[in-house]
Ligand binder design. Structure first.
Ligand code: UDP
Length: 239
């Protein structure tokens, strides 16, 4: 690789919902294959890539808790659901020819490796994609926070938050067609304006270490690679 990469190591956060495609629930194989191809294009450039996948397509702790479940139990279920998504993504990536390891924050040795930071960075150095499953391993957190946390731990240069929306708006663009999209924001803008980028815990963590976050629409082919190559294809959040 002769070209100097703008970002050497990137943490890509995929929402669970993004894996549903137009289905009402679960994992859409076509979407999975699409994402695997997108990831493959990034890996080919020499960028080292870690992934964190949510579970909104299967189970969210808050949804269970709102129906009377114990919150911790519900969150544990949400974290387990991220492991299913991670295994599905690993399968799609390996079928696309991308060597991938799943490391789970909740030890589950017969299906994944335990999360060990030094081992994770070793995999990345060898060009393997690492999927960090089971969030942070703790209830009361989201996979967005888990994404920022792992990004900091592996010393990533950028977090890409890949969603169904093409950036951050001043209000919900689905409900308000006149909503305005921001090209750039600061962490404080997000926190003070209460913009729904990710939870405050994740943003605060990123702010502390000045870790840039790019929010983009992952359904547009080539977007993730363009972002990885340094182009702002959505909203860039920095200090
Ligand atoms: N979760 C958790 N701790 C974590 C990460 C996730 O308890 O560190 C649980 C939580 O219940 C959450 C669910 O896992 O609702 C799925 O994650 P998330 O809602 O972030 O998924 P996404 O919105 O990205 O699809």
């Amino acid at each position: 690789m002769t070209n100097k990469l703008q970002y050497q190591r990137i943490l890509l956060k995929l929402s669970g919902e993004a894996l549903m495609g137009n289905d009402a629930y679960g994992i859409n194989t076509k979407v999975l294959e699409f994402v695997a191809d997108e990831v493959k294009e990034v890996v080919k450039t020499g960028v080292e890539l870690g992934l964190v996948i949510g579970a909104g397509n299967i189970f969210r702790g808050v949804a269970g808790a709102s129906k009377g479940m114990d919150r911790t139990t519900a969150d544990n279920m949400g974290m387990l659901a991220t492991v299913m998504n991670s295994l599905a993504m690993q399968d799609a990536l390996e079928r696309a020819g991308v060597i991938t390891r799943v490391m789970s924050a909740i030890p589950m040795q017969s299906v994944s490796e335990p999360y060990i930071r030094r081992r994770a960075t070793r995999h990345l150095e060898k060009g393997r994609v690492v999927i960090f499953a089971a969030g942070t391993g703790n209830p009361y957190f989201t996979t967005d926070s888990a994404g920022v946390l792992r990004a900091l731990e592996i010393d990533a240069d950028l977090v890409i938050k890949a969603t169904k929306v093409d950036g951050v708006y001043d209000k919900d663009p689905v409900l308000y067609p006149e909503a305005i999209k921001f090209d750039r924001l600061t962490y404080d803008d997000v926190l003070q304006k209460g913009l729904r980028v990710m939870d405050a815990a994740g943003i605060s963590l990123a702010k502390e270490d000045k870790l840039p976050i790019m929010v983009l629409d992952m359904s547009v082919a080539g977007n993730i690679k363009r972002a990885a190559m340094g182009e702002n294809v959505g909203t860039l959040i920095t200090s």
